[in-house]
Design a binder for this molecule. Sequence first.
Ligand SMILES: [Zn+2]
Ligand SMILES: [Zn+2]
Length: 134
Amino acid sequence: MKMRNKCSGMGLRPTPQRLAILECLEGNRRHPSAEEIYGTVRKRYPAMSFATVYNTLQALVKKGGIVELTIDPGRRRYDPDTEPHNHMICVLCGRVVDVHINYSLDLPRDARQGFRVTGSHVEFHGFCPECKRR
Ligand SMILES: [Zn+2]
Ligand SMILES: [Zn+2]
């Protein structure tokens, strides 16, 4: 029911495909890629194509229901947490975690180049606890 409302709230008809993708992402802190989401959703909807999953993700991003991350050079990843936050990626295994610390990055006037700055996103990279041990 919750997903149904979320979908309608975005102005999208709650189709089974959209609901399945939203359910897969809800509370998912792993920042999955389209391929990973496809792998999960396909278990319940074997007939669903990768293109459908990908197009649905793009529609959800456009409506502001989820966020697309570009932190991973290998693939686009998706985040159901639409509140502004920062990310940290492991350069070895690609694990992405949230960083909920607000950095007030105030750009000096000269550096703004006429922009009215509305937000910023900080990406940290390094080795996660597991990879650090190797
Ligand atoms: Zn790692
Ligand atoms: Zn996140």
